[in-house]
Write a protein that binds this ligand. Sequence first.
Ligand code: IPE
Ligand code: IPE
Ligand code: MG
Length: 229
Amino acid sequence: MTHVPSHLAVIMDGNGRWATRLGRPRWMGHVRGAHTAREVVAHCAQRGVSQLTLYAFSSDNWKRPAEEVGFLFDLFASHLEHQLAKLVTHGIRLSMIGRRDRLPRAFADAIAAAEARTAHGTRMHLRVAVDYSSRAAMQEAFAQAGAEGARALGSPAVGGSLIPPVDLVLRTGGERRLSDFLLWESAYAELAFLDVNFPDLSTADLDAVFADYAARDRRFGGVPSTLSA
Ligand code: IPE
Ligand code: IPE
Ligand code: MG
């Protein structure tokens, strides 16, 4: 099997366009996208990815119409409820990264309960980024005094347990940008941009991305690996 990234970060983009293209309302794209997210989680666990971070809702996404935002949180809550037992069974630890103080109260409570219930999962660490802004996380970390400041970038105070360096960022939906996602952690990440909208992302697409990743020469500022032997 190909060498998979230890930490895969996915910008799940293109739900709205998927629906619009089919003449359907945007919320249908989010429903379909949530289904795809479940498949991505299962496939990554099966392939041996040990850290998976999914961008579900950015701090800039509050700019969207209230109905869409409300729909998204209802969808997150219902998926959490239905997937929790499966996460426990499969040894998947769930954490949320991002601000918690602006979330609907019931959702914030459900996330906290799910984090507690899955805390002992060792197979894969799934982080879901909700009300997440990488710049805000960095600003908060830098505002913290003392030697702990830099460490605070990954601290619970800024929305999660320590976040390891990202090996591969995958963005669906055709845009070539990071949209304030894991800027610090992606310093040496490989980047993969797919034109496919997230609801259409298949496990075969993911395997193709993994194969492409496995063929890259990650130098981290050094010389090509063919010269370093
Ligand atoms: C990503 O799909 C899901 C969220 C940001 C919540 P979009 O909703 O951004 O879909 P497009 O980019 O408008 O197609
Ligand atoms: C990024 O997608 C956020 C998520 C996928 C959750 P957006 O659709 O919000 O990003 P922009 O607006 O195209 O940069
Ligand atoms: Mg988008």
